[in-house]
Design a binder for this molecule. Structure first.
Ligand code: AMP
Ligand code: MG
Length: 409
């Protein structure tokens, strides 16, 4: 058996990197920036008010008796966001100002409206709190100065990055391409969901499951359908898939059975390594490279057991394809949790990935509890799980012990 780390390293070392493409900004979220973006102009582009209030001369307010409380100023203009006020603020004067409006010449502080009272129907204003000339001016270039790096190459773009890049006027960026991932399921016993089940048949649940997982990972999911346990059919579907996709996921046909033909086909038409990974579930796994139009196309040969199939996708497929898309941290986040009860296991040379719920206790500590069904065919246990507790080879893990959990969401 191959350790999980060695199996991942075998995969990682063979993954091609996808090419850069220009994309309109909102569409680039979740993708990895392939260029460094710098600011050409300051942000904000002009000094403006952070609050609704009155633009004033700080010296007028701070220099007045009682720290400015009771001071009355003449209101000479109104400054709304998006409009320039040409009237300078002279001594003893104020300009009524709204949030985001340019601070008029002469003014260097803003008194919040909450610290004022209108006098003479608004022609004048009284400051009602000492020291009210607050720090409510957002200076030009307060967030970015010309030449500053806005977002570094290699950054995974979030909604906040989309907002940030928009503040410097970018409408498009160059990112590493969104991976296109084909999913094919294999097995004579499988019936497409919705069709009637005959004797000995089950629904092909892995294909919709993997298509959903692919989409949830932010990849483009392509349904390549279901094929029977027939080498020629498997071969033609895989080669067709490799012609149009960046990576392929297969379900089934990689264990030790007589009809496990995915590994046979991958060996025939591509460069393939079949592995017995020292993990439970998801021990059988095949990783191959098929020839594609733009270079090798990785094929992740996932096991057929439904839990194994999704766990194998989480451990190899998802991080592998994220690596192709340039993600600096391709794996699920690992957190430390406390075992809520005993985790049963025996030494068997394998790392166990136990389906767990994870909840925070009153002190904010995470507590992991195994879900009831742990069989590799029991989707109920995986569907109920928030994460996978990683139990190294060995004996039971007692309640209260520290366990590492791979968070699934
Ligand atoms: P295999 O890896 O092909 O030997 O399949 C292992 C187990 O997973 C068998 O019980 C299969 O019936 C089941 N299985 C394989 N493919 C699927 C699928 N697409 N959906 C649901 N169960 C499957
Ligand atoms: Mg099968």
């Amino acid at each position: 058996m191959l350790s999980h780390d060695d199996a991942w390293e075998h995969v990682r070392a063979r993954l091609p990197l996808l090419g850069p493409v220009p994309l309109p900004l909102p569409e680039a979220v979740g993708l990895v920036l392939a260029e460094a973006v710098t600011a050409a102009a300051p942000v904000p582009p002009f000094s403006n008010s952070a609050v609704d209030g009155y633009a004033v001369r700080r010296a007028d307010v701070d220099g007045a008796p009682d720290g400015g409380a009771g001071l009355v100023l003449d209101v000479v203009a109104e400054a709304a966001a998006g409009h320039i006020v040409d009237v300078p603020v002279g001594p003893g004067q104020a300009v009524r100002i709204m949030t985001g409006a340019p601070v008029p010449e002469g003014a260097d502080a803003v008194v919040m409206v909450e610290d004022t009272e209108r006098v003479d129907g608004g022609d004048r204003v009284r400051v009602v709190r000492a020291g009210a000339a607050g720090d409510h001016v957002r200076p030009v270039g307060d967030d970015l100065r010309p030449g500053d790096e806005v977002v570094a190459a290699g950054t995974v773009l979030t909604a906040a990055h989309v907002g940030l890049l928009s503040t410097v006027g970018r409408t498009a960026v160059t990112v590493l391409r969104r991976p296109v991932v084909g999913v094919v399921s294999t097995g004579d016993e499988l019936v497409p969901v919705g069709a009637p089940l005959g004797p000995g048949q089950i629904y092909d649940s892995n294909r919709p499951q993997l298509l959903a997982a692919v989409a949830a990972a932010g990849f483009v999911a392509v349904d390549l359908g279901h094929v029977p346990d027939d080498a020629a059919t498997i071969e033609s579907v895989l080669l067709e898939g490799a012609a149009t996709c960046d990576a392929l996921l297969t379900s089934g046909g990689v264990s030790m059975g007589d009809h496990d033909l995915v590994k046979v086909v991958l060996d025939d038409v591509g460069d393939m390594r079949w592995m017995q990974v020292a993990i439970k579930p998801a021990k059988p796994f095949a990783f191959g490279l098929l020839p594609g139009p733009g270079g090798p196309v990785p094929v992740f040969g996932l096991p057929g057991n439904p839990v194994s199939s999704l766990v194998s996708f989480e451990l190899f497929g998802r991080p592998g394809i994220r690596t192709m898309a340039g993600h600096p941290h391709p794996h699920r986040r690992r957190v430390a949790a406390t075992a809520g009860s005993t985790f049963r296991r025996r030494p068997d040379g394998k790392t166990h990935f136990v389906r767990v719920t994870v909840e925070g206790d009153d002190e904010g500590r995470l507590v992991a509890e195994p879900t009831s069904a742990q069989g590799s065919h029991q989707m109920t246990g995986l569907a109920a799980a928030d994460g996978l507790a990683v139990l190294p080879d060995g004996d039971d893990v007692p309640g209260g012990a520290r366990v590492v959990v791979l968070l699934l969401d």
